[in-house]
Design a protein around this ligand. Structure first.
Ligand code: ADP
Ligand code: MG
Ligand code: MG
Length: 250
């Protein structure tokens, strides 16, 4: 589904990613861990196609197609979803109305007509029940006064509605409490299927107690320096990152 080869990227002329190789297949959950500043958020932004980041070498393929030249919006329409770290507040626009617009924009980009209101309601009902989101929440103004957990709930709801093929969740928020972690994890576990894939970016091993990854990769100084299974995450929790830095420098 996603194939990244020798990816180099820079921001404001500063080289950040220095040769990333990563392959994600349908049905897989990958966790990307690593110390602060190692390039985790940069990697997610580059995959999603944020403009500030320049790919200087290497390739990003999504479903067999090179996507480096595509705008973020086009990538989203192809089925790449990136959770946003700092969601915007839109007073007066409810969670539901925001979702309706997002769904219809995405359909329009694919040349489809607007989703009939009845189908939309059914979809909203289905997904909100699956994620145990109550009706009151759906009528609230987008992100206005949302707690950390509510922001996460909204993000996961968006993911559920848009049904991306590849979801990238960048869990950098230092304010992520245990409730918010559970909301994210439950959502991911419920939405996971053999046809979609999830990349979870975190420096919290804790999150991986709830989302069990098939693969764990450690990013250090713009490179994946170690890959393994979920045991690697436990090892990192016990020993920190220093031993990996030492291994790399040895
Ligand atoms: P992580 O998510 O692993 O903590 P980041 O990808 O956020 O790491 O950052 C990696 C490096 O890139 C850091 O040194 C950071 O300061 C720099 N960086 C990231 N985004 C920008 C930006 N928009 N402008 C300037 N420097 C950036
Ligand atoms: Mg950071
Ligand atoms: Mg980050």
């Amino acid at each position: 589904m996603l194939k990244i080869e020798n990816l180099h990227a820079s921001v404001e002329g500063k080289s950040i990613l220095k040769g990333i190789n990563l392959e994600v297949k349908p049905g897989e959950v990958h966790a990307i861990m690593g110390p602060n500043g190692s390039g985790k958020s940069t990697l997610s932004s580059v995959i999603a196609g944020k403009e500030e980041y320049e790919v200087t070498d290497g390739t990003i393929e999504f479903e067999g197609e090179d996507i480096e030249e595509l705008a973020a919006e086009e990538r989203a329409h192809k089925g790449i979803f990136l959770s946003f770290q700092y969601p915007v507040e839109i007073p007066g626009v409810s969670v539901t109305n925001f979702m309706k617009t997002a769904i219809n924009e995405s359909r329009k980009a694919k040349g489809l007509e607007e989703m009939p209101a009845k189908d939309m309601l059914k979809l909203i009902r289905e997904k909100s029940e699956l994620l145990e989101i109550d009706r009151k929440f759906l009528s609230r103004s987008l992100n206005e006064g949302f707690s950390g957990g509510e922001k996460k709930r909204n993000e996961i709801f968006q993911m559920a509605m848009l049904e991306p093929k590849l979801a990238i969740l960048d869990e950098t928020d230092s304010g992520l409490d245990i409730d918010a972690l559970r909301i994210v994890a439950n959502g991911v576990n419920k939405l996971k299927s053999k046809d979609n894939a999830v990349v979870v970016i975190t420096h919290y091993q804790r999150l991986l107690d709830y989302i069990v990854p098939d693969f764990v990769h450690v990013l250090h100084n713009g490179k994946i320096v170690k890959s393994g299974t979920k045991e690697l995450a436990h090892e990192l929790e016990e020993k920190g990152y220093d031993w990996i830095k030492e291994e790399v420098n040895a």
